[in-house]
Design a binder for this molecule. Structure first.
Ligand code: FE2
Length: 373
């Protein structure tokens, strides 16, 4: 086999040689049913998904815990964000000493963080079915800096963990704060959330209006204490769609709930537009600088969770003042085929669009805000 350039790719391909599936794609229709296989390192069924252009940037893998089962404790040298695809379970996290151990329950659509260099034991609390977790981290970047994979797995030399000095609330529900720090995700002065545990992203209703992307959608930005990891969830109304935009690589989108599709195409590839249908458990990544656009066919607001790469890969353009800015295509400028496809898809279900005609002619049209309703 021809090996890749990045240490992390080589390491992943070694795991694949050992039997763990390694998928290369920009889309998985349902992570809950993706075919997994035993992975000796973790003692569970797993699969890696090297979503397009995520190589060398972010890692995504699915792990399964059998019915009533417990995975052996594991210590990873980088922070890891976990999204619960289904089921219900229990996590125990400790650092230098098991005396400072934090335990918490998670369930479908929770997000939690396993802090770097802490031991974590994951248990399935349901006796009749396996649970599946989506794990996401910046290990590819870390392995580019320290090109020794063994350094990151159960390394007895790395003993310091955030959990060592953690208070009892380390995994309590996240708290809202006013963003006064300089990361490019979310606007300075806006409301964001900070914490290591987000119990249910399908129920989360604390949204901030995200006017720039159209359709009256709202979003919530989630930050991790003591880490550069972050993510956001975007929510947009029934029978509407967001503006197309593009940015850098390494973002992973997973769908907590909804029914719709996305269209993606490369810059200059107007004729290469492709439709990706999604529902709960679907995942996709917009390849580097590809335009992408999300469409809600459902009768409820649709939700997608976007797991962020390191902020160096945000890949937005800079305006004259040097601020990062989105590269959007306004509705008035979009290919008419976009609107046509959306209305055709709705028509197949005897539904009509929630997009007002005026948004296609008035660039200043303001949608009613979902978060204000
Ligand atoms: Fe995007």
């Amino acid at each position: 086999m021809v090996r890749s350039y990045f240490t992390h790719d080589n390491w992943m391909e070694e795991q694949a040689d050992g039997g763990v599936p390694l998928y290369d794609d920009c889309y998985v229709e349902d992570l809950r049913t993706l075919k997994l296989a035993p992975w000796a390192m973790r003692g569970c069924d797993a699969a890696f998904i090297r979503f397009t252009d995520m190589g060398g940037v972010t890692e995504a893998r699915v792990q399964e815990i059998p019915a009533g089962g417990t995975l052996k404790p594991f210590k990873l040298g980088v922070d890891e964000m976990v999204y619960v695809l289904n089921g219900r379970g229990f996590a125990s996290v400790w650092g230098r000493s098991t005396e400072v151990r934090r335990d918490f329950e998670w369930s479908a659509k929770s997000v939690f963080i396993i802090p770097r260099n802490s031991w974590c034991e994951l248990r399935n609390m349901e006796g009749d079915r396996p649970v599946r977790l989506l794990h996401f981290n910046y290990l590819p970047i870390a392995m580019s800096v320290i090109s020794d994979p063994a350094f990151f797995f159960n390394n007895p030399e790395t003993t310091g963990s955030l959990i060592d000095d953690a208070d009892a609330n380390f995994f309590s529900e996240a708290k809202d704060i006013v963003k006064e720090f300089g990361s490019a995700w979310g606007s300075v002065g806006g409301q964001v959330w900070r914490g290591n545990f987000y119990p249910d992203l399908l129920a989360w209703d604390k949204l901030v209006e995200s006017r720039g992307r159209g359709a009256g959608g709202g979003s919530v930005y989630m930050y991790v204490p003591g880490s550069e990891m972050s993510c956001h969830m975007s929510v947009f109304p029934a029978y509407t769609y967001k503006k197309a935009h593009r940015h850098g690589p390494g973002r992973l989108i997973v769908i907590p709930g909804g029914d719709g599709f996305s269209i993606m195409w490369p810059q200059g590839g107007e004729d290469d537009k492709k439709i990706y249908r999604w529902h709960e458990g679907s995942a996709l990544t917009p390849p580097d600088q590809w335009f992408h656009q999300h469409f809600n066919l459902g009768d409820k607001p649709a939700r997608y969770l976007a797991l962020h790469p390191p902020v160096q890969f945000i890949g937005k353009e800079q305006d004259a003042q040097g601020n990062s800015t989105e590269v959007n295509i306004d509705y008035v400028d979009e290919d008419p085929w976009i609107r046509q496809v959306f209305e055709e898809e709705l028509g197949k279900r005897n539904l009509t669009t929630g997009m007002p005609d005026v948004c296609y002619t008035d660039p200043d049209y303001q949608f009613k805000s979902l978060s204000a309703s």
